[in-house]
Design a protein around this ligand. Structure first.
Ligand code: AMP
Ligand code: GLY
Length: 425
């Protein structure tokens, strides 16, 4: 098979590596890709993920047998539909299903209608009404821009003043663009956060092993929300009991609800969960693999990823069981100093050769490229996802923090407490 992956971050590098292991894949392509993905796939850096016509033309030119659409923007924008209309076999939800991530108001209304546990909420299109509502709301309170906002459109407000400023930021100043045309205001929940990614074929849902993200930029969960500064898998807090509850009250009901709404979901659903004192509740849905969740989950999956992909597309996932290694993985993101706000790019990355031939160590490229002299240089806020597997979480963490020292680039920045929660388990 010839496979095209759409995307160019650490997640896509992890997906590419899983596909590379499959005996069924002869040739991998990736748009735009990055300097790491280029080691295992032919990349076309000039094609952006939102340039649907160019993606389709490239898929035709390479006569690919399958296209895997990985990032949120093209999924929510309908790249799956556009490719299918041209006769391609595609992994990733259609536009009418990707709305599960594309609109938080849609997701909240779905959960309310189908009794899926989540924080109570109200939706607003008029900022005046939102401000009025806040006057009597309980604090802290959570404001969410309705649409996609690079994982940054969520504000947790401790005071009424902050909340009012938040409404202005989201709905009037349009800090997150049109994502803020609508807004969800929801109850603040407390508890541990866990992510569970699941393969879905429209009817059947097969959860993968759990993971836990670190979204804030700085140690001790300080600083701004980012796309993710590191994570680990499995989460020791995602017990069998919690898993039973989630399968019964969250995972299957979500898939059934989407089908009942005529929005059959095929692809990966990312369940962002909070383990509250009243039980697990949904924080958010994503319509795709997480980044860096894919990095710590896929490296532990024993199945041939192509078999699972086929089962999702063909609706035969009920005949597939997922299998994961009985170990753990930790990913520490090496970012550019200043991420997620302002940072410089174009610094040479050295030491990458240390990963060659080392089992259980992975250097997933998130933001890298070749410069005109052919050197690998930084090209994003998140630069590398240094990942290691170990027999347990502590061992994996020690190995990941050993490997972060192997690579160097100017303005290298990381958190030092990825997986610290493991010590409390
Ligand atoms: P989201 O993009 O919806 O996952 O939100 C980003 C982060 O904000 C989450 O990972 C949580 O840490 C936090 N968050 C979102 N919603 C809530 C909530 N209702 N209560 C408490 N924290 C929340
Ligand atoms: N790491 C969180 C996400 O991919 O949305």
């Amino acid at each position: 098979m010839k496979v095209l992956i759409v995307g160019g971050g650490g997640r896509e590098h992890a997906i590419a590596l899983s596909m590379k292991k499959s005996s069924r894949v002869d040739k991998l392509y990736c748009v735009p890709g990055n300097a790491g993905i280029a080691q295992i796939a032919e990349c076309e850096p000039s094609i952006g993920v939102m340039e649907f016509d160019k993606v389709i033309a490239y898929a035709k030119e390479k006569a690919v047998d399958l296209v895997f659409v990985a990032p949120d923007d093209p999924l929510v924008g309908g790249l799956t539909d556009a490719l299918e209309a041209e006769g391609f076999r595609v992994f990733g939800p259609r536009k009418n299903a990707a709305v599960l991530e594309g609109s938080k108001a849609f997701a909240k209304d779905l959960m309310k209608k189908y009794n899926i546990p989540t924080a109570s909420y109200e939706t607003f299109e008029d900022p005046e009404k939102a401000l009025q509502y806040l006057e009597t709301a309980k604090l802290p309170i959570v404001l969410k821009a309705d649409g996609l906002a690079l994982g940054k459109g969520v504000l947790i407000c401790d005071t009424l003043e902050e909340a009012k400023a938040g409404v202005k930021e989201i709905m009037q100043d349009k800090h997150f663009g049109s994502a803020g045309n609508k807004m969800v205001i929801e109850e603040f929940m407390t508890g541990r956060e866990v992510s569970v990614l699941a393969f879905v074929d429209g009817k059947t849902v097969r959860p993968m092993t759990s993971a836990q993200d670190h979204k804030r930029a700085k140690d001790g969960d300080q600083g701004l929300n980012t796309g993710g500064m590191g994570n680990f898998s499995p989460s020791p807090f995602y017990t069998e009991e919690v898993d039973d509850f989630c399968r019964k009250h969250i995972f299957q009901p979500t898939v059934d609800a989407m089908a009942a709404e005529g929005r059959e979901f095929k692809g990966v659903i990312f369940f962002g969960l909070m383990l509250t004192p009243e039980g697990p509740k949904v924080l958010e849905y994503n319509a795709r693999f997480g980044d860096p969740e894919a990095q710590v989950v896929l490296c532990r999956m024993k199945n041939d990823i192509m078999d699972v992909i086929d089962a999702c597309i063909d609706g035969t996932l009920d005949r597939t069981e997922l299998q994961f290694e009985d170990n753990a993985a930790v990913c520490v993101v090496l970012a550019s100093e200043g991420y997620p706000v302002a940072y410089e790019k174009g610094f040479e990355i050295t030491g990458l050769e240390h990963f060659e031939g080392k089992e259980d160590y992975y250097c997933f490229h998130a933001g890298s490229k070749f410069d005109s002299a052919g050197r690998i240089v930084t090209n994003g806020g998140r630069v590398l996802g240094i990942t290691a597997k170990g027999e347990n979480l502590k061992a994996a963490r020690a190995k990941a923090y050993e490997a972060v020292e192997w690579v160097s680039f100017d303005n290298k920045y990381m958190r030092h407490d990825i997986g610290k929660a493991i010590d409390e388990a």
